[in-house]
Design a protein around this ligand. Structure first.
Ligand SMILES: NC(=O)c1ccc[n+]([C@@H]2O[C@H](COP(=O)([O-])OP(=O)(O)OC[C@H]3O[C@@H](n4cnc5c(N)ncnc54)[C@H](O)[C@@H]3O)[C@@H](O)[C@H]2O)c1
Length: 273
């Protein structure tokens, strides 16, 4: 008996990293997975080496590969690509695709995002809002598209991906856009939880710390970068995508039936320091 038996789960950004880990885990727990990603060439210039290679099973590239891994493990998954969730029409198409395939949607895990990183001095207004679009529209638009269906079926679980960067500053990380937008994701989630409660819809967020993934992999061998994080972490290791997926699984499952409007840190204690 799986914790997500008979559930249909949309997970966004499933080409690698946390989205892939969640697809594998949720499928193992019995969910039918609908994945998506912006495009298969997103990571084409990302070479993962050294320490990050430890996490290579998470940093392998491509949505087709995720689908193949889920199916090889006996799970069920379909996926839509290219699907750019900064566009309402693509978000609508994803929800439509899920409904046409499985006729209902129980879980929406908004994992996909792409941050913009620069110090304020160097960040243009345009780049700042690019970050907003790539990290907040990718939450707002799929949620907007799925909402009427969850309201009509009188239930659903939405898990949004915030970050420890919503609340914690690192001297090594130029986070002005990323911090602003991940704080917005937390606020959005809490307010939506209030609006969803009368409809049986739960909304929570996860706030990962430093997690080995295709986007962080290339930096993990830089001792300055890694140590800046580990110095301020209770647990002395980098997180894995599965660390986050396990918490998202809990929030998406009926085990969390009395949990809404919450933000769960998955950061080795970093925000507790
Ligand atoms: N890795 C970390 O250290 C870390 C820390 C805190 C928060 N996060 C958050 O965790 C989530 C997952 O990140 P990850 O570490 O697995 O990184 P990642 O970059 O490997 O994964 C993000 C995935 O989302 C996809 N994506 C990006 N923009 C998209 C769009 N517009 N439409 C569709 N798909 C899109 C990417 O192609 C990629 O496959 C993100 O929301 C990220 O901000 C990551």
């Amino acid at each position: 008996m799986g914790r997500l038996d008979n559930k249909v789960a949309i997970i966004t950004g499933t080409a690698g990293g946390q989205g892939r880990a969640a697809a594998l885990l949720f499928a193992r727990e019995g969910a039918k997975i609908v994945g998506c990603d912006v495009g298969s060439d997103y990571y084409s210039d990302t070479e993962v080496t050294g320490t990050a290679a430890e996490y290579s099973k998470w940093t392998a590239k491509g949505l087709d590969e995720t689908v193949a891994l889920v199916r090889a493990a006996g799970g069920e998954m379909v996926a839509l690509q290219p699907c750019d969730l900064t566009k309402q029409e693509d978000a609508d198409a994803l929800i439509q695709f899920a409904l046409e395939t499985y006729e209902k949607i129980d879980i929406l895990y908004n994992n996909a995002a792409k941050g913009e990183f620069a110090w304020f001095d160097e960040m243009s207004h345009e780049q700042f809002w690019k970050g907003m679009t790539q990290e907040l529209d990718t939450v707002f638009l799929p949620t907007k598209a799925v909402w009427p269906h969850m309201v009509a079926q009188k239930g659903g679980a939405i898990v949004n991906t915030a970050s420890m960067s919503a609340t914690k500053v690192y001297a090594a990380l130029p986070c002005i856009s990323h911090m602003t937008v991940k704080a917005a994701v937390q606020g959005f989630s809490r307010h939506l939880a209030f609006e969803g409660a009368p409809h049986g819809i739960r909304v929570n967020s996860v706030a990962p710390g430093l997690i080995a993934s295709p986007s962080t992999g290339p930096f993990l061998d830089d001792p300055e970068f890694r140590d800046a994080f580990l110095r301020e972490s209770m647990i002395q290791r980098v997180g894995t995508p599965e660390d986050v997926a396990r918490v998202a699984l809990f929030l998406a499952s009926d085990d969390a039936s009395f949990v809404t409007g919450a933000n769960y840190a998955v950061d080795g204690g970093a925000t507790g320091m």
